[in-house]
Design a binder for this molecule. Structure first.
Ligand code: DC
Length: 229
């Protein structure tokens, strides 16, 4: 019998982590946890209170409100789940460029990270989970059996993200998307609290020239090797 493992997927913004994580969860019948959605949920809450704008956040108010910010996933099956903020399904709202523009200000707050990491560890208890983010292999599950560091050419990432937003009807320009990705990469990898790093035991998966199916195939081969041990 193969064992249930923990799969940690980290990498840059819009590099295909969630596409891979969802596909893996579906294929393996594992739970998928999108930790970026959790930070986006807190960002949306702060935006609605007018506590955050592109270059300012009212950190003290955000920290004080954390116990009132209930983040949950409503499972849709097949590796898909919607984010719920205090009982409201906000899956659509958290994916807008407005939230993307402020979320890095939220994810660099230590207290926010502690609050969400605690919940992420509970969600992943017992294995059989695919979790994606920036600090999964380094902080949330440093003992994960498989750690993937996903990467892709920055221009390809910007184009993919732009296509995604346009398909959803958002009015954005490629320049805007590119600038947002550059700013988030910069903040995510240079912040003091749990910056995005490639851990020594992570396997790099560059998907610049891979289709989602090819990427999945490579990841599954790695999973199967570990599960047979
Ligand atoms: O994966 P994403 O783009 O939805 O993540 C949103 C933001 O949250 C991103 O700018 C980085 C941050 N993040 C983080 O700091 N740690 C995580 N585990 C996941 C996301």
């Amino acid at each position: 019998m193969s064992k249930e493992i923990t799969i940690a997927i980290d990498g840059w913004s819009s590099c295909g982590k969630s596409t891979l994580a969802k596909a893996l969860a579906k294929e393996l019948d594992y739970i998928y946890v999108d930790t970026g959605a959790m930070y986006r949920g807190v960002a949306l809450y702060a935006m609605r209170q007018n506590w955050i704008s592109r270059n300012h956040s009212d950190v003290n108010r955000i920290i004080a409100a954390l116990p009132k910010i209930k983040i949950k996933f409503s499972n849709k099956g097949g590796g898909e789940a919607d984010l719920c903020l205090n009982g409201e399904n906000v899956e659509k709202e958290i994916r807008t460029i407005e939230v993307s523009n402020v979320v890095s200000l939220i994810s660099r707050i230590k207290e926010v990270r502690d609050y969400l990491v605690k919940q992420q560890r509970i969600l992943g208890i017992g294995g059989g989970v695919v979790m994606d983010g920036r600090d999964i292999g380094s902080v949330v599950f440093p003992l994960a059996e498989l750690k993937l560091f996903v990467t892709a050419d920055p221009e390809i990432r910007a184009q993919r993200r732009y296509d995604e937003l346009i398909a959803k009807g958002d009015k954005v320009t490629l320049d805007e998307v590119r600038a947002n990705l550059q700013a988030r990469d910069e903040m995510d990898s240079n912040r003091e609290e749990s910056p995005l790093i490639q851990t020594e035991d992570a396997i790099v998966l560059d998907n610049s020239n891979l289709t989602p199916a090819e990427q999945l195939e490579k990841a599954l081969a790695l999973v199967n090797k570990i599960r047979k041990v």
